[in-house]
Design a protein around this ligand. Structure first.
Ligand SMILES: *Cc1c(COP(=O)(O)O)cnc(C)c1O
Length: 367
């Protein structure tokens, strides 16, 4: 019988500590470390991860949306929190909870300035995001004068940091492009520094950036996926430990006769005698239909059991013919020794997506 008893995402905080120290060891002594904990800390447990990172001495957190920052504040997280993608609708709440917004466009800067004025703020910390080639969010280099002129001679806002984001930091083939992004960032921050009467933190590296462009760490780096144990490279993955392990249990075993079908639309038809196991996890839990029909396997008793037929909303069926197992036994989908990146690759996606897709109805167990 399994110890977990139901589908469970185990969160290993000692793995987090290991990964944190791995990335810290790549940094200069004074470089600040921002932990990216958006999307429930990449699908794990945002509060447990943030609390552990605070104990480990993290300098900053980042989330995508205001709501995520509020969750951290409600849990007692006191470190500064950068909100990467705030919306004007939430500016008031953002200020009330001492969250620090990314200013990514003239519209956002003007609207946030108005909110800060309404709420009588002085030197409210903001982070200015520049687009250097990802073409997603951010000011253009040509906006520098607009930013300086907007903030000049008033005291509601203070630029705490200036940042950008690399488009392909993990890809050696795009090294020239990444270096051109870094040099644009250098040029932008040099010009801005000339025009601003105070200094600010600069940051542009994500996890792969830290490893591939250590010379561009400036005053801070931002790590997400690396903290959770994946490094966009098989060699790096060997040095890291996965924080999340997805496990489930066998609900029922079925003996299938030759020619019988299994699952919706009769997606699988058996040629011989097979034994199948039905597992309580499906596409509503993040195991998308792309993993069905033999694409991916789970591990039972150390052996691979392929997913057969179509993935259902709440269940998958796997072929356990020849595997010694019983109803109630534990099943591993990914985790230690079974990389989520490798699992994700079977359906043509990446670790980031499978990790963040794990639904909130799955139990999180911090170990
Ligand atoms: C998500 C995100 C990160 C984290 O990237 P990883 O590849 O997970 O380390 C860093 N910066 C920004 C702007 C992001 O949106």
């Amino acid at each position: 019988m399994s110890k977990i008893g139901e589908t469970t995402l185990e969160i290993d905080l000692s793995a987090l500590e290991h990964n944190f120290h791995f990335f810290k060891s790549k940094l200069k002594k004074n470089t600040l470390f921002l932990g990216v904990v958006k999307a429930f800390a990449y699908g794990s447990d945002m509060v447990a991860i943030a609390k552990k990172l605070e104990v480990l001495g993290i300098d900053y957190f980042a989330v995508a949306y205001v709501k995520e920052g509020v969750l951290l504040r409600d849990a007692g997280i006191t470190s500064p929190i950068l909100v990467l993608h705030p919306q004007p609708l939430n500016f008031e709440e953002l200020i009330d909870r001492c969250l620090e917004p990314s200013m990514y466009s003239p519209r956002i800067l003007k609207l946030f300035l108005a909110s800060a004025k309404d709420k009588n703020q002085v030197n409210y910390p903001v982070h200015v995001k520049f687009n250097t080639g990802l073409n997603r969010l951010g000011f253009w280099e040509s906006d520098i004068d607009f930013i300086v002129n907007t903030l000049e001679k008033r005291d509601e806002l203070k630029i705490k940091s200036v940042f950008s984001h690399l488009a392909a930091s993990e890809d050696e083939n795009e090294r020239d492009f990444s270096l051109s992004q870094i040099s644009s960032f250098e040029k932008i921050t040099t010009e801005l520094s000339d025009k601003l009467p105070y200094t600010y933190i600069r940051h542009t590296l994500n996890s792969s950036g830290i490893l591939n462009y250590p010379e561009a760490q400036y005053e801070m780096v931002r790590s997400g996926i690396g903290l959770y144990g994946y490094g966009n490279h098989s060699e790096i993955d060997k040095a890291l430990k996965p924080v999340a392990s997805l496990k489930t249990v066998i609900s029922q075993l079925h003996k299938i006769e030759p020619g019988e079908s299994v699952g919706y639309n009769r997606g699988y038809t058996s040629v011989g005698y097979r034994v199948t196991a039905t597992l309580p996890i499906g596409h509503a839990d993040g195991i998308s239909r792309q993993y069905g029909n033999g694409k991916a396997s789970v591990v039972i008793g150390g052996k691979k059991a392929p997913i057969i037929g179509n993935v259902c909303m709440d269940m998958i069926m796997v072929d356990v013919t020849g595997i010694e197992c019983q109803e109630g036994d534990e099943v591993i989908i990914f985790g230690s020794g079974l990389s989520a990146e490798a699992f994700a690759n079977l359906s043509g996606t990446i670790s980031y997506e499978i990790l963040t897709a794990i639904s909130q109805r799955i139990k999180r167990l911090v170990v």
